[in-house]
Design a protein around this ligand. Structure first.
Ligand SMILES: C[S@@+](CC[C@H](N)C(=O)[O-])C[C@H]1O[C@@H](n2cnc3c(N)ncnc32)[C@H](O)[C@@H]1O
Length: 192
C-alpha cells in the first residue's frame, strides 16, 4: 500500500494522463503513465523479491518511479530511472523529492541504449519505453540470478514479438498478467 502522499501523487499524474487522452493530444504531448494497478503490483513484487538494485527504462513524469522508489525504500535498495526527455524527468525528480524518496532514486537523462551499458547487475527492471526497443533494451540489461523484468503494454500493443523474445532466453519463467495494459513478468533464474 502506498502512503497517502504517494497515492495522491499517483492520482494526480493518472488524472492528468486521462484528461490528455480525452483531448486526443499527439503522443509527444501526452504523459503515457503506468496504470495505478500496475504500479501497485510492481511495488509489491519488487518488495517481495527484496530487490535492491532496480531500474526503469522510460521514467517519464514519474508514476512508475514512485512505485519503484518506494519498493527501494522498503528493501534498502536504489532505483535508477532512465528517461530521454528532460522536462519529464525534471517533473519526476521534483515529485520524488517532494515525497522524501530522493535518497532511493538516481535519475539518468539520455537514451537508454547509451545508459544501460553503464549500469551494473540488477534485481528488478521495468521496461516502459518505445515498444520497438523492448527486445534490444532487455538484451542490454545485466541481471542477477532470480532477477525479474516486467514489461508494460503487452496486451494494449500486442507485443507478441517481445514475449517470444524473452521466453526464448535460457532459464526464463515468464507470464503475461492482465493487469493494467498487460505486464509480461519474466524471472531470469540464471541471470544474464
Ligand atoms: C510510456 S512512457 C513511461 C511512463 C512511466 N513509466 C510512468 O509510469 O510514468 C515512455 C517514456 O519512455 C521514454 N523513452 C522513450 N525512448 C527512450 C529511450 N531510448 N531512452 C530513455 N527513455 C526513453 C519517453 O520519453 C517516455 O517518457
Amino acid at each position: 500500500m502506498f502512503s497517502a502522499a504517494q497515492q495522491a501523487a499517483i492520482d494526480r499524474l493518472w488524472n492528468r494522463k486521462r484528461e490528455q487522452d480525452g483531448l486526443k493530444l499527439p503522443q509527444a504531448q501526452r504523459h503515457r503513465n503506468l496504470e495505478p494497478d500496475s504500479a501497485l503490483l510492481l511495488c509489491a513484487l519488487a518488495t517481495a523479491l527484496r530487490a535492491r538494485d532496480l531500474v526503469e527504462i522510460g521514467g517519464s513524469s514519474g508514476l512508475s518511479t514512485i512505485a519503484l522508489a518506494e519498493a527501494a525504500r522498503r528493501t534498502g535498495g536504489r532505483l535508477v530511472s532512465l528517461e530521454i526527455e528532460p522536462a519529464r524527468q525534471e517533473e519526476a525528480r521534483a515529485t520524488i523529492e517532494s515525497l522524501g524518496l530522493a535518497p532511493q532514486a538516481e535519475f539518468m537523462l539520455g537514451d537508454a541504449a547509451r545508459l544501460l551499458p553503464l549500469l551494473g547487475l540488477m534485481d528488478f527492471a521495468l521496461i516502459d519505453c518505445e515498444k520497438d526497443d523492448y527486445a534490444r533494451f532487455l538484451d542490454l540489461l545485466k541481471l542477477r540470478p532470480g532477477a525479474v523484468v516486467a514489461a508494460d503494454n503487452i496486451l494494449s500493443h500486442d507485443l507478441g514479438s517481445y514475449v517470444s523474445h524473452v521466453r526464448a532466453k535460457p532459464g526464463v519463467e515468464s507470464v503475461t498478467l492482465p493487469v493494467g495494459k498487460g505486464l509480461e513478468v519474466s524471472r531470469f533464474t540464471k541471470g544474464t
